[in-house]
Design a protein around this ligand. Sequence first.
Ligand SMILES: *[C@@H]1O[C@H](CO)[C@@H](O)[C@H](O)[C@H]1NC(C)=O
Ligand SMILES: *[C@@H]1O[C@H](CO)[C@@H](O)[C@H](O)[C@H]1NC(C)=O
Ligand SMILES: *[C@@H]1O[C@H](CO)[C@@H](O)[C@H](O)[C@H]1NC(C)=O
Ligand SMILES: *[C@@H]1O[C@H](CO)[C@@H](O)[C@H](O)[C@H]1NC(C)=O
Ligand SMILES: CC(=O)N[C@H]1CO[C@H](CO)[C@@H](O)[C@@H]1O
Length: 286
Amino acid sequence: MARPIFILLFTVSLVPLIHGSGQGAAHLCRAYCGNITVDYPFALQSGCGHPSYRDLLFCFNDVLMFHISSGSYRVLTIDYAYRSMTLHDPHLSTCDSIVLGGRGNGFVVEHWRTPYLSPTPDNVFMLLGCSAQSPLFQGFPTSKHMPCRNVSGMGCREYYGCEGWTSVGLARGGLGYGSGPPVCCGLDFEAIKGVNLSKLECQGYSSAYTLAPLRVSGPSEWRYGIRVKFAVEVSNDSFCKACEATGGSCGHDVERFGPLCICGSWNSTSNCDSSKSKQSEKLAVN
Ligand SMILES: *[C@@H]1O[C@H](CO)[C@@H](O)[C@H](O)[C@H]1NC(C)=O
Ligand SMILES: *[C@@H]1O[C@H](CO)[C@@H](O)[C@H](O)[C@H]1NC(C)=O
Ligand SMILES: *[C@@H]1O[C@H](CO)[C@@H](O)[C@H](O)[C@H]1NC(C)=O
Ligand SMILES: *[C@@H]1O[C@H](CO)[C@@H](O)[C@H](O)[C@H]1NC(C)=O
Ligand SMILES: CC(=O)N[C@H]1CO[C@H](CO)[C@@H](O)[C@@H]1O
């Protein structure tokens, strides 16, 4: 007689348990934009992902956009294993097309985000048409001691060989050997900490990266775009691992930015197996 009632009670109390600790919440924060997967530490939803990447990515008509203080960039790829992403700025100069006139975004990250987001050390920024008064050249009395250099085997000497120079009225080759500042100055991001074209008094820029250890022969084969690395604190990664292991999705408190494990119908500050409501559900089952 008591048996059917017991089974009924057992089943009813088991439902929220399966829902809470099952796979239901695990991918609650995962999203897709076009063919790009947006997952921890990134998110498209408020409260999801790591707080350092909040208000960073937006999806418009299946196009994933990356927004920082210098502007918006299209996200081409996100590599979660190597913690890097590649970005595209339509006004960035390539080998075929040199864009002057200061319309490019450059690359300036909000100060609070810099520990978590910066261009990779093997990404070369080539600043184009900078004035002699540019802060870049201050403190370098002769053109022999410019801060400009090659990065990962990519530099201006090769870039001067590009087809694009002819369309801006500058002859290919032989640029940068005059008395004034060079027309192109290659740098890694660490050297300048920000590519602000108006502050640096430059007319344009290019950015290229190689996918090491591949060696490419010339500037027509470099990949143009900005390669950015992202890093989250290791300590918070363990919080996230514990959260995901219990079926949750990693997020944060939208007001205080502390870590939060999103467990479906409720949130936990540790993981989805450790809340009072959860414990009471377990007691009910027993
Ligand atoms: C994603 O789509 C773009 C075009 O929309 C394509 O160029 C790219 O190769 C695709 N990437 C993957 C991983 O399918
Ligand atoms: C859980 O956290 C997310 C993100 O902060 C929030 O949007 C949601 O309302 C919270 N849910 C509950 C039940 O508190
Ligand atoms: C770039 O520099 C200019 C001039 O110093 C400044 O007004 C502007 O806010 C800077 N832009 C960014 C994105 O930091
Ligand atoms: C690097 O810079 C030097 C001197 O400007 C140049 O001769 C060389 O071709 C550049 N490229 C590489 C790949 O080293
Ligand atoms: C930036 C951030 O979210 N830091 C948090 C990492 O996790 C610890 C606790 O595990 C928090 O105290 C930090 O605020």
